[in-house]
Ligand binder design. Structure first.
Ligand code: ZN
Length: 508
């Protein structure tokens, strides 16, 4: 009897697989349509459009959730559970099962309750930040912690709730590996930043001081995108208050923002978003709407943006090629040398309290503080009322600076007002992965640096496409990294890179 059932399942598998794939493509089409509406909301929509747009987006989100959790999805997955599938198909079933199980485990009412709590928390956070009044936000943070613990319990009551929440963003990277990486970043960066503070190196930090009109900066951002090879036939550059990337392999758009006193900021953020877009544009077209044509996760996405922003955009070689372009747009900087530009884009802001204004190095200690606090909150090892003091103590211990206000301290980021616990670590994981991927690309591509200095990016593009982009979600994160670099994800390449680079810059 059992054998007959198994034989039935096997012969039935191709139909079940096609039916499942059809469903997946449909719910992902709903998701990507919501993405376009989200892009429009942040880039084009007049302010008055909010009530209609909120309704449209929440309806699409419910429709998508119903499609995923429909009984037929579960039945198809059951039929495929023991089927003999090719590696590719098995990867698709693995990814869809994970999505289905998580969506199915959490009651719809709880999801809606979290969404409503977020709307209220967001308003309270905005007011609390403006008035430097943590007590106003505290009850909302408390509620988010409770709701998210409940959320995690529905998914798996037997595991660390923070690890379960982290999987929302990083579905297949272990908490053990993540904690080990962040611990290593802390151990390396705290003494390095301390040494930089003590160093008497005199970097050319005021080379690009002045006023740089937004129009010229936009033209320069387009020059930079042309140089690195952004395909404007499949993309756009617009302005938004927070730079972001949105789209897929056929149409992936980026945004940036301009500060007239800081032309380097816009270059960095434009190249960063370009890296995200290249990843999406490099996903296989024929797999659109399936896990094989979808990005792996946030850390892999962030590895692509940070590889371009830091390893290319902050290199001497890049500025050899790009400084003349810059000087053509801004002739007043004609005296600047490549070395000046290199020092200016790599200066360490050792007294900065704000994460989004941090440099490549101190950034990760901002992340470590948030990670340790949110992990302890969710695990029940830290009370909400103690967050401001613990935050300030950690800033003092890791960065040698102490915020005077909570607005510049634990109220600075929006993430916790959405209840997004587990998101912050993905930023640092992305940088660590970027360093590891870039080191591997450097060892496999002849004269990569010289090619960058010539504005030749084809080899790097091809390497990233072949080793990362074209796989979509076929491999789990660590396997993807291992296949690309020969080793599992670790902080080693990143710590080597920063110790060498900043040791040389600051003479330590
Ligand atoms: Zn990013």
């Amino acid at each position: 009897m059992a054998t007959e059932a198994a034989a039935d399942d096997a012969s039935d598998a191709p139909d079940a697989y096609d039916a499942l794939l059809d469903r997946v493509r449909r719910w992902n089409a709903v998701g990507s349509a919501a993405g376009v509406l989200g892009w429009d909301q942040q880039v084009m929509m007049p302010e008055g459009g909010t009530p209609a747009r909120s309704r449209q987006l929440s309806t699409l989100s419910s429709v998508r959730h119903e499609m995923i959790t429909d009984a037929e999805t579960g039945e198809l997955l059951d039929r495929l559970a023991d089927a003999d599938l090719s590696d590719e198909r098995a990867a698709v079933v693995r990814e869809v099962s994970r999505e289905y199980e998580r969506a199915d485990a959490v009651p719809r009412e709880l999801v809606e309750e979290i969404s409503e709590a977020s709307t209220e928390a967001l308003q309270a956070w905005e007011a609390a930040k403006a008035e430097d009044d943590f007590d106003r936000f505290a009850p909302h943070l408390e509620r988010h912690v409770e709701l998210k613990r409940e959320y995690a319990e529905h998914i798996d009551p037997d595991r660390d709730p923070y690890a379960v929440l982290f999987e929302e963003y990083e579905p297949c990277l272990s908490m053990e590996r993540t904690e080990a990486i962040l611990e290593e970043l802390r151990a390396t960066l705290v003494p390095l930043i301390d040494a930089i503070r003590e160093s008497d190196a005199d970097l050319a930090v005021d080379t690009f001081e002045g006023q740089f009109p937004e129009d010229d900066q936009e033209a320069l951002a387009r020059d930079a995108l042309d140089l690195v090879g952004y395909d404007f036939d499949r993309g756009r550059l617009d302005v938004s208050s927070h730079p972001f990337t949105s789209g897929n392999q056929f149409d992936c758009r980026i945004t940036t923002r301009f500060d007239e006193s800081d032309p380097l900021g816009a270059i960095g953020s434009t190249i960063h978003e370009y890296g995200h877009a290249q990843y999406a544009l490099g996903l296989p077209k024929e797999q659109f709407g399936t896990p094989l044509g979808d990005d792996r996760d946030l850390s892999v996405h962030e590895s692509q943006s940070r590889l371009w922003e830091n390893h290319v955009g902050r290199s001497r070689a890049f500025w050899e090629r790009f400084l003349p372009v810059f000087q053509e747009r801004f002739p007043e900087t004609a005296d600047a040398t490549v070395e000046d530009a290199y020092e200016a884009v790599n200066q360490v802001y050792e007294d900065n309290l704000i994460r989004v204004e941090a440099d490549e190095l101190t950034y990760h200690l901002h992340i470590v503080v948030r990670f340790e606090i949110e992990r302890d909150l969710v695990r029940g090892d830290l009370a909400v009322e103690d967050v401001p003091e613990v935050w300030n103590d950690k800033y003092e211990e890791y960065l040698g600076i102490r915020p005077d206000t909570d607005s510049e301290g634990c109220l600075q980021d929006i993430h916790w007002s959405h209840g997004n616990f587990g998101y912050f670590p993905t930023y640092s994981l992305g940088s660590v992965m970027a360093a590891q991927l870039y080191a591997a690309a450097e060892s496999e591509i002849d004269d990569l640096d010289a090619k960058t200095a010539d504005g030749e990016f084809d080899d790097l593009q091809e390497w990233l496409a072949a080793n990362v982009h074209r796989h979509g979600s076929r491999y789990e994160t660590n396997e993807l990294v291992e296949r690309a670099t020969g080793e599992g994800l670790s902080a080693d390449a990143f710590t080597d890179y920063v110790e060498e680079k900043y040791g040389e810059l600051y003479g330590i």
